[in-house]
Design a protein around this ligand. Sequence first.
Ligand code: 4AD
Ligand code: MG
Length: 465
Amino acid sequence: MKRTEIKEALRSINYGSEINVKGWVRSRRGNKNVSFIALNDGSTIKNIQIVVDLEKITEEQLKLVTTGACISATGILVESMGKGQAVEIQATDIEVYGTADPLTYPLQKKGHTMEYLREVAHLRPRTNTFGAILRIRHNMAIAIHTYFHEHGYFYFHTPLITASDCEGAGQMFQVTTKNLYNLKKDENGQIDYSDDFFGKMAALTVSGQLEGELGAMALGKIYTFGPTFRAENSNTPRHLAEFWMIEPEVAFIQKEELMDLEEDFLKYCVRWALEKCADDLQFLNDMFDKTLIARLQSVIDTEFVRLPYTEGINILQEAIKNGRKFEFPCNWGDDLASEHERYLVEEHFDKPVIMTDYPKEIKAFYMKLNEDNKTVQGTDVLFPAIGEIIGGSVREEDYDKLMAEIERRQIPMKDMWWYLDTRRYGSAPHAGFGLGFERLMLFVTGMQNIRDVIPFPRTPKSAEF
Ligand code: 4AD
Ligand code: MG
């Protein structure tokens, strides 16, 4: 008999008809006359109830139907008398596909900590919480593609293996086929890559931006959506070594339009979550964070604050004068720590903040220099509970200014000639940003740790599964 997904079955009003569902047993309870199986197949957060009359199907036949087992259940769809569900299935036949030994199955009914669940990341998608998170993750990816597609952007595929360090932060994972136990060195003791696979040093990309700019200089508006890799040894709840990034790049726009885009795009994604993931968000709201849905709604309803870095520093110093304590200093020129960002967003403004015009020393080489010669046109978005969710900027389109900055920073340019060519041939004002997909997921799900919004997190000392 053809399987009906549980999501469909729960919506059906074909009472009295025969139906087949398949899924994993969440729980089984009952008495000597009747047994109730809660079954979930991942199509929805909700379980369907299978009612088993023990005169028709014996306790002996049911003994393998334990938490975690996979079964196929056929029966009659009926209106449910119990509360909490509209329909249930009166079983006529139950087939066990795969058993789950109750003594060893790692996911017993409920109440596991998030830390424990990370150790069983191969099974945690079967929990209510991770089912909800993973369905939301899918929906957010669809939201992002839909937004850009509907706004005339082209999905542009940038390479994962690259020879250039976009952010210049030296956090790249090298890619090599060389025998690491027998490395050929040149006369200066430097590793000789000429016989390596690519004939030069290569690494996993930290960002698709540089190639994305090439796309924008031809197609006008592009976006990337792919994995990025950073060997930053920071074991925090907001950093992954492998994360997904969305990077739109747009020709002919300036700072104000870039900020409009950042704000409109984020609001679109959050609105999408509220509309398409209502059941899953309600579950997370009830289980973890009673203010989650209200927080999502408030981001849609409020206008983001647009705050030059210098004004931000003034606000923070004023707060310090008034007795507010921070762990890290924040003088003009310092990179803001997450505590500073959160003070501005959560305490001072109580709204998302787009911070602009940062000191050039704390930002990447490609950002457009302001007339003061000290600040650059960065436009990072800071979110409540998250801190930096987007890093963006207007790009320096002037060849001479860009070259001067590259030389000042002593960035090796021999592998970047192609990037400079965009400024030599038909250069144009342009701007773009990068959204960390898992940072967006943190915000939308209300989860506390970035390891819990990606199926298989990669972090320092951890590459299991
Ligand atoms: O601010 P970042 O480093 O900016 C760039 O990479 C630019 N090339 C983007 C662009 O303008 N096209 O990174 C962008 C975003 C951050 O705001 C953050 O959300 C996320 O990527 N991010 C991380 N997310 C998880 N783990 C990490 N280690 C991350 N590093 C950055
Ligand atoms: Mg950044």
